[in-house]
Write a new protein. Sequence first.
Length: 464
Amino acid sequence: MTRHDAATETEAEAAMTEANEALTGGGAALAAPPANSGAGLLLTNVRLVDPEAGEVRPGTIRIAEGRIAAVDGQDRTGETVDARGLHLAPGIVDMGVKVGEPGERHKESFRSAGLAAAAGGVTTMVVRPDTNPAIDSPEMLEFVTRRAAEVSPVHIRHIAALTRAREGREMVEIGFLIDAGAVAFSDCDHVVTNTKVLSRCLIYAKSLGALVIGHPQDPGLSDGAAATSGKFASLRGLPSVSPIAERMGLERDMTLVEMTGVRYHADQITTARALPVLERAKARLDVTAGVSIHHLTLNDLDVGDYRTFFKVTPPLRSEEDRRAVVEAVASGLIDTISSFHTPQDEESKRLPFEEAAPGAVGLQTLLPAALRLHHAGLVSLPVLFRALALNPARRLGLEAGRLAEGAPSDLVLFDPDAPFVLDRFTLLSKSKNTPFDGERMQGKVAATFVSGRQVHGAKLGGQA
């Protein structure tokens, strides 16, 4: 670890400690629990956000030995904490997080990303393979798995590359990577243009039951684009791409999925034109789709002042597209919401808009940004957490995402109404490239539990 890295991570830990000194839900401390009895932790007076049952209800929950021991049950042993009406939901499973290890540790490390995740109510990070070098071999996957387990306070699972070095020429050792712990395979935004290579990858993935994550985008049309085409992009003089590029990319992928029968997840569906294609595919194929929180809460007008923190991949879309995608989340057509956390340093962003690196951090802002949809009356809390936790866990074959007896006690306790103004320098990520800097937001995490262990928030009790 360099001196710079050590200093940055010390600052992050100090910031977390300071944040933990007060209840983040509005200032009042929770009732102090009794001394640790060794029988777990009983949270009373909570509002349970249950994505499986599709409801929010008052109740109690008991956690012990890393699991949910009881929900509204008769067993009320353990340290009792009055949560004073805060909401309790399954911890977020964030599908598609970029961490800089290896190669760009100055932008984000497993330690700093884990601290940011815990502060944001994310209990499982599903990490992308677009590192330097790419995660394309069992040896590299084993290295990052060990590193993550040593330093991160939250669970980390890994997506492996689909082709070597993400170059679209040679398939990786899918079977060996599954054995090493890969939960899915993707070349991320490096779209495989050779359909023969891609079809072979999909056929082999199908034979092993592997999940392939695609980035629906026609690379020819989208090459060099910094904005979505339209009057606004033309007035700003920005190189742009038509929304039809996403539809074309999705149609190609769906044709290959139909041919091979592979399990497929579209990482980001961001345009109205792609939704009919997705709907037809889901009716007959093993297909799911996701969207980033930035495409649900921002639109192309936000780049009007050439603010590079708003430059993401794919570019922000029109307000009509944003509304259509929000409706698709509410209806269940789009299955998952993710942060697509992509840290970039100041030097990468302090450039002309079309030259700046794309991407925004989102681990800590995912929940309050998603709650904008709830407060606007567009998406209910159970549906939000179905997309944030239950659906990504199910798609990846993880136990998480549920409020049920026997499920892992990966939980987030939060106040959905607590207001704050976001200051990007309080984020625990090493990089601070958030488009929400200075924005008024609602929703604060009071405590985060990973396998029954509290990893963020004012201390509630002993380990459970």
